[in-house]
Ligand binder design. Sequence first.
Ligand SMILES: [Zn+2]
Length: 121
Amino acid sequence: MTFPYYDPFGALGAILGILIVVIIASCVIQIAIAVWVYNDAKKRNMDPTMWLAITLLAGCIGCIIYLVVRDPIATETTPMAKEPYDNKAELAQLEKGTFCSNCGSEIPAGAKFCPSCGNPR
Ligand SMILES: [Zn+2]
């Protein structure tokens, strides 16, 4: 009888072992989620310590609440805020035709690339 599942103490040991592994794994996952939330909250100029505590205390629910209420990433909003200006400048340039700096062909108004060589205007 060396196979552990035929031995009641061995079987109990296996169940306890699995339980311990599951508990440790869920703790590790929860800490990993909390660390991710902490770093993500920092990127979004939110209070990272508060969200770390909420995620550790409330687990998955805390993480879901965070995903619902989190602010957009600061670096995401900056280029979006600048975009209308860039688009306007680009559109103004696109409205008039120009000549290719690479081959000298005329690039018609509205075209982004030279029709004969493909060089961007
Ligand atoms: Zn060209």
